[in-house]
Design a protein around this ligand. Structure first.
Ligand SMILES: Cc1ncc(COP(=O)(O)O)c(C=O)c1O
Length: 365
């Protein structure tokens, strides 16, 4: 990869009249990964290259400036070194490949794709899986005895359970297990798992980081150099490389993530209050932060399906983390068959709150 457009270093600034200080994540989201030096483009352009002159560099192995800009920005926000992958699933698969666990503690309610991948490994005899309720820290501690990986997803998909990362980090270290945290729902702005002892934090950048439902990308971040090298190997061997356009768009999305998330969280908090007071709703799950909400309809799956059919501004769709509000009944998927049948997962967007509530309350009626 060419060294002609070095990306800036970031996270701290030092000027003649002020000591070095740490920048706010909102500033890092805007400044990290920018090219530096006179005459360079203000933003890292899309580099379409599989091959580099003279150096022997090849993109699958060394990456491109566009990937590195995104990786620098996510690494700066998480406090480690990031690597971009072709999707969140590719990032999860790379974390498993890199750490090669034999016994994995895993949240029994969590994103079905990663659970299915681990189940597949178990079926093939590569590892043993120990499902736990991640909100039950004592159960995590008991399951961690003899385990070499504790996989945490928090908040969880789709029930929005929150794990005590600090304590689970201690538990993992005490038994000599690595802790991997899928932090997709929290984003790098609301949670920094490396500070709680995570070996790897992973994201589906497809969701809030990209933020516009127009790309697939994944990220792993670590502060351990050896683990970083193993992740590089995972990406190189498995070929799970991000596209140039996707890396560019993900970084562009990241620039506005603080604003988007702020607006989505404001909307989510209002919707949660109103849903909690609504007679058609039995339970509302909301951790108090973030843009994901789930709620259970008193009328069960029939009522929940009716809501999805009737919304007009809110979109009945499976993914999440975009500027638009999406809603879905998760138990209809075989992988989420154990979830409440009447549970609706909603990813709250940035539309006007009055329009959102008018749409949702009409559908609830
Ligand atoms: C929590 C979580 N992790 C990982 C993934 C997988 O990400 P991707 O779809 O980018 O492969 C998803 C996708 O929905 C998710 O919700």
């Amino acid at each position: 990869m060419s060294a002609s457009a070095p990306v800036c270093d970031h996270g701290a600034v030092s000027t003649d009249d002020s000591p070095t200080r740490t920048l706010s994540p909102n500033t890092i989201a805007v400044t990290a990964g920018r090219p530096v030096g006179p005459g360079v483009p203000l933003n890292q352009p899309i580099v379409l290259a599989s091959n580099y002159r003279d150096t022997g560099d090849y993109t699958r192995t060394q990456g491109t400036e566009t990937w590195v800009a995104l990786e620098d920005a996510i690494g700066a926000l998480e406090g480690g070194r990031a690597l971009a992958f072709s999707s969140g699933m590719a990032a999860a698969a790379a974390a498993i490949y890199a750490l090669a666990p034999k016994v994995v503690v895993f949240p029994s309610v969590s994103y079905m794709g990663v659970r299915a991948l681990l189940a597949e490994y178990q079926e093939r005899g590569h590892l043993e899986l120990r499902p736990v309720d991640v909100t039950d820290t004592a159960a995590v501690a008991a399951a961690a005895e003899g385990a070499d990986m504790v996989w945490v997803e928090t908040p969880t998909n789709p029930t929005l359970d929150v794990a005590d990362l600090e304590t689970i980090g201690h538990i993992s270290r005490a038994v000599g297990a690595t802790m991997v945290v899928d932090s997709t729902f929290a984003t790098p702005l609301l949670q920094r798992p490396l500070e709680h002892g995570a070996t790897i934090v992973m994201h589906s950048g497809t969701k809030f980081i990209g933020g516009h439902s127009d790309l697939l990308i994944g990220l792993c971040v670590t502060s351990d150099d050896d683990v970083y090298e193993r992740l590089v190997k995972a990406r190189t061997f498995q070929g799970a490389t991000p596209g140039a356009l996707e890396a560019f768009l993900a970084l562009r999305g990241l620039r506005t993530m603080p604003l988007r998330l702020e607006a989505s969280q404001r909307n989510a908090a209002t919707l949660v209050d109103r849903l909690r007071a609504h007679r058609a709703v039995a339970v509302v799950n909301y951790p108090g932060l973030g843009a994901m909400v789930s709620f259970v309809m008193k009328g069960g799956p029939t009522a929940a399906d009716a809501v999805c059919e009737r919304v007009q501004i809110i979109v009945a769709a499976t993914s999440l983390g975009g500027v638009e509000t999406t809603i879905e009944r998760r138990q209809k998927y075989a992988g989420d068959a154990h979830v409440e049948p009447g549970l609706l997962r909603m990813s709250v967007g940035i539309e006007d709150i009055n329009d959102l509530w008018a749409d949702l309350s009409a559908a609830l009626r």
